[in-house]
Design a protein around this ligand. Structure first.
Ligand SMILES: Cc1cc2nc3c(=O)[nH]c(=O)nc-3n(C[C@H](O)[C@H](O)[C@H](O)COP(=O)(O)O)c2cc1C
Length: 364
């Protein structure tokens, strides 16, 4: 019987338990995307707090793109030493860490004078952000793929145990999969085989650069939960293609700011039934593929998490908001206090002074 506290092997790594910190943007890097002491502290608290694996917040891979305010970057070699200090610190606590690499596409604040570009598969206005990207040329598609590969290679040099491609939540790679946003008529649009091409080629470019053994994960939407969104059948198709090519693990999420109300990424949770809102998708996918599946989204209750592990082939559980609230949640559970996470899923953790919880605000 699986337990949250099992030590396991995953893509050559040893994980001290089955709990992941899911990627969480902190808005605490400096203006150029480098580490700050405040950010370092967030990660040290997480590493001390008992979680087995920390996936970083999304990092931008290209100096051409418009980052989120104080987002972390991995777009050139100046980031390597910064991150070496971070990975060394995390490893001291016997915790693994994976860098999430992303291109935001149009899901960012436009800044007309910055000289940066917002790319998209097609020039379709984002329903949530109200931004319209520039349709990518095939040369730009190649450029974006190269920047993912180079970002991953830097992550490897900086001591990360692996990388996670952000293919979820409406960012650039995710938008290629969404018919509403991808109106292309070339080899990157139309059928799911074509819409998946950007993701497959990006994976292959990364794999080529980091070698056959290095862990590459993806976080992908189960569904987009919008009209003309990607379906779960299509999600499974993309996952199966990636598994055949050697992907190491898949984290199942869903939705974006374009989703129908109450069907987005960070849902409110008022009743126990609303917890674990992507677990049925993750369980079904896990039955069909032979790489580990991680489930994120509304996991709050120790007993429910144990139930997921014992009743389904899902191997790992990921949390974001509960660890903003209580970075030492895993230590608490391991220590015998197995009351549910204190997080009330109010979504007030998105905060201008840097991601933080109403119960322990960084800047009031
Ligand atoms: C403040 C905040 C920042 C987030 N940043 C990221 C991110 O950088 N990358 C990502 O894939 N998901 C991000 N997410 C989504 C979470 O990883 C997770 O998928 C979502 O919050 C649902 O899980 P939860 O119920 O455990 O919070 C973020 C969520 C929050 C609340």
């Amino acid at each position: 019987m699986k337990s949250l506290f099992d030590q396991t092997r995953f893509a050559g790594m040893t994980l001290k338990n089955r709990l992941f910190r899911s990627a969480t943007y902190d808005g605490l890097a400096d203006e150029s995307g480098h580490m700050t002491e405040a950010l370092f502290q967030v990660y040290e608290n997480l590493a001390k707090g008992g979680v087995g694996t920390i996936i970083t917040g999304l990092t931008f891979v290209s100096d051409l793109e418009q980052p989120l305010p104080r987002q972390m970057g991995i777009s050139n070699d100046s980031f390597i030493d910064d991150f070496k200090r971070l990975t060394d610190m995390i490893h001291q606590y016997n915790v693994n860490t994976i860098l999430q690499i992303a291109n935001l596409g149009s899901q960012t604040s436009p800044n007309e004078n910055s000289g940066k570009v917002m790319w998209g598969p097609s020039a379709v206005e984002d329903l949530g952000y109200k931004t319209t990207p520039q349709e990518m040329t095939t040369e730009e598609i190649l450029l974006a793929q190269i920047s993912f590969a180079e970002g991953a290679f830097r992550a490897k040099k900086a001591g990360f145990d692996g990388v996670q491609m952000h293919v979820a939540h409406g960012y650039l790679l995710s938008k290629f999969l969404t018919p509403y946003y991808n109106r292309r008529t070339d080899g990157y649009g139309g059928t799911i085989e074509n819409r998946a091409r950007m993701i497959i080629e990006t994976y292959q470019a990364i794999r080529e650069k980091v070698g056959p053994e290095y862990p590459i994960l993806i976080k992908i939407n189960s569904e987009d939960f919008m009209d003309q969104g990607m379906t779960f059948t299509e999600c499974k198709y993309v996952c199966q293609r990636l598994v055949a090519l050697g992907i190491s693990g898949i984290e199942i999420s869903g939705g974006s700011l374009s989703s129908r109300p109450k069907e987005g990424v960070v849902r409110f949770i008022k009743t126990p039934e609303q917890e674990g809102y992507f677990k049925a998708y993750a369980a079904e996918l896990a039955k069909e593929i032979n790489v580990p599946v991680i489930v994120v989204g509304g996991n709050r209750n120790f007993e429910s998490l144990t139930g997921i592990l014992q009743e389904t082939p899902i191997e790992y559980i990921a949390l974001s908001r509960p660890l903003i609230c209580e970075s030492d949640l895993m230590n608490r559970w391991k220590g015998g206090n197995q009351k549910p996470a204190k997080c009330i899923s109010c979504n007030k953790c998105f905060y201008p002074g840097g991601t933080s919880c109403i119960f322990n605000r960084r800047n009031k």
